[in-house]
Design a protein around this ligand. Structure first.
Ligand code: URA
Length: 438
């Protein structure tokens, strides 16, 4: 097979055969295809798209490019969750212990931050002692014993995605629906879950900026679930402002603990409950989303969710003292209040720019492999629609130096729009839920 013919076929809008896709993914995995040819095909896919069948083949070839995690030794229906990426999106740290605390096992592999979006593994690593490198054997044992594991991806999981992702990141080929769908679904399929709840973020702080593309991505992934025999629910949720109020690694751990303690209501809790309840639905643990949410809320009230979080920390070497004493987490040397320059209403937040501000504090990476400042980040004080007075605090920036605080503050000032008039309506939090039978 000649790879140039495959590139030309896609460039001209043709449909790739299963054999051609297999040849492509094998060549990516074994290193026989050069990066420039891979990148050309990626760009052709971005420009010309792929239909459902091609996307399903690509997904399965990528899923099969490395080892497959066999979770059958853990009893029960295993349900995973994946977010397409956002800002202050700390739902995993909240819903994983809650879902596990009602008896549905969560064996979850997570990733690091990507661009302006945060990553669960980085957040977990901000907890002193917490081990994210868990072997498959340990994961199965933890899954059986405690019903919860949060770990980084094992090295041999979907090597084709690792290679393709790195190339997409530097060739302008990230925002392609079939490529994103295949990247996410291949990892979830290889990670062994029976059911998958996808949190497809939509808005200024998401890769999908509008409802049309978010819905297309969500339906593509749900359809793929049907093709490959996994139950998939896709929740399209808003990312037109940071989901929680805390952005940064140890800061998001603190907010998650506060939610589990029952001290915080609001959007972060609401999305966590929606995703968690849909995990319970897929696992057959409840009949309705409302029943699921009530069960999860009850385990916040009675402390079982927080107890499961503590069990997770003990199991993976994390300092459980952080639950009562946040000062045991890394603390920043410098802080700066960002103040409103004028009075009015907050009508828009460019959430990707807020994520960019958080990178500026040291909480996110600007280049591959950059070490993070776990203590750094931003605490937001306002949400969309809030009224503000001149000089009122909009956010507090934390970093290792005043200079970094100032530079993050400049991004925040740009990102938060204040107008004299109140916005007519605010964007919804949960846009739509797509279930496989829909
Ligand atoms: N998250 C992923 O895992 N892959 C993508 O392509 C985009 C977001």
């Amino acid at each position: 097979m000649n790879f140039v013919d495959i590139i030309i076929k896609k460039r001209d809008g043709g449909k790739l055969t299963h054999e051609e896709i297999t040849f492509f993914v094998q060549g990516v995995t074994d290193g026989s295809l050069p990066d420039y040819q891979i990148s050309s095909l990626l760009m052709a896919i971005l420009l010309k798209g792929m239909d459902a069948e091609e996307t399903a083949h690509l997904t399965m070839e990528m899923a099969n490019s490395g080892g497959m995690f066999d979770l059958s030794a853990v009893e029960g229906v295993k349900v995973d969750k994946h977010s397409t990426g956002g800002v202050a999106d700390t739902t995993t740290l909240i819903l994983a212990p809650l879902v596990a605390s009602v008896g549905v096992p969560v064996v979850k592999m997570s990733g690091r931050g990507l661009g302006f979006s945060g990553g669960t593994i980085d957040k977990l690593e901000s907890i002193p002692g917490f081990r994210v490198d868990v072997s498959e054997e340990e994961a199965l044992r933890y899954g059986r014993e405690s019903g919860i594991v949060l770990m980084s991806q094992t090295d041999d999981l979907t090597p084709a995605d690792k290679k393709l992702y790195a190339l997409r990141d530097v060739t302008g080929t990230v925002d392609s629906i079939p490529l994103i769908a295949a990247s996410i679904m291949s990892k979830k399929i290889a990670a062994g879950a029976d059911g998958i709840v996808l949190d497809v973020k939509c808005g200024s702080g998401a890769f999908m900026k509008d409802m049309e593309s978010a819905e297309k991505l969500a339906t593509t992934m749900a359809a793929m679930g049907r093709h490959v025999g996994r139950k998939v629910t896709a929740v399209i949720s808003g990312m037109d402002q940071p989901l929680g109020m805390y952005i940064g690694n140890s800061l998001e751990v603190i907010e998650a603990i506060e939610v589990l303690k029952g001290n915080v209501e609001g959007d972060l809790l609401e999305v966590s409950l929606t995703l968690g309840a849909n995990m319970l639905l897929l696992a057959g643990r409840v009949e309705t989303e409302e029943e699921g949410k009530a069960l999860l809320r009850e385990n916040i009230r009675n402390g079982k969710g927080l107890a499961k979080f503590k069990e997770l920390l003990e199991q993976q070497g994390g300092d459980t003292g952080i639950i009562e004493n946040y000062e045991l987490l890394p603390v920043s040397a410098a802080k700066l209040e960002v103040k409103a320059k004028e009075a009015g209403f907050i009508t828009r937040m460019d959430t990707a720019v807020i994520g960019r501000a958080s990178q500026e504090t040291g909480a996110g990476r600007m280049f591959k492999g950059q070490p993070l400042d776990f203590s750094a980040g931003i605490v937001m004080k306002k949400r969309l629609g809030d009224a503000v007075a001149t000089d009122e605090t909009l956010a507090i920036v934390y970093s290792e130096s005043e200079e970094k605080c100032r530079s993050a503050a400049a991004f925040l000032q740009k990102a938060i729009m204040i107008t004299k008039e109140q916005a007519e309506e605010l964007p919804p939090l949960i846009w739509k839920i797509i279930r496989q039978e829909d």
